[in-house]
Write a protein that binds this ligand. Structure first.
Ligand SMILES: Cc1cc2nc3c(=O)[nH]c(=O)nc-3n(C[C@H](O)[C@H](O)[C@H](O)COP(=O)(O)O)c2cc1C
Length: 118
């Protein structure tokens, strides 16, 4: 059986963010494990607008090229480690928006959540 592919999704994009160092640390620690390959998916590299799909994502009818590209990215992974800043006692808007774009691509996959704040 081939190795599982796990995405470490970095949910902070602001200039001067601490999140990149956190995600790099998670990637380093995770990569020391066997049985899975880990890759960083930095949302700064996927500039999605505020959700602009007409159909709910559960319908799987993506109209926009940025949605199709994001779906193709996420679809290739077997699981996810979300690395999220704590903004106002919640996750970041960027991460929530990126999650809301898709449905099937997340479904029935393992996920963990790493949250950091001040
Ligand atoms: C908009 C905003 C809201 C924040 N809200 C919280 C909070 O509710 N709790 C907390 O512990 N830290 C909070 N912080 C501090 C951040 O968690 C901390 O600065 C962290 O480094 C942010 O991640 P980033 O540097 O990757 O953006 C907030 C920071 C920002 C910018």
């Amino acid at each position: 059986m081939s190795d599982l592919k796990i995405a470490i999704i970095l949910g902070s994009t602001r200039p001067g963010r601490n999140g990149k160092a956190v995600a790099d640390w998670v990637l380093e620690k995770a990569s020391a494990r066997t049985g899975a390959k880990y890759e960083l998916v930095d949302l700064a590299d996927y500039p999605l607008p505020h959700l602009d799909e007409a159909m709910p994502p559960a319908m799987g009818q993506y109209a926009n090229e940025h949605t199709k590209a994001w779906a193709a990215t996420i679809n290739q992974y077997d699981g996810f480690i979300f690395v999220s800043p704590e903004y106002n006692h919640s996750t970041s808007g960027v991460l929530k928006n990126a999650i809301d774009y898709l449905h099937a691509e997340w479904n029935n996959k393992a996920a963990a959540f790493v949250s950091y704040g001040s």
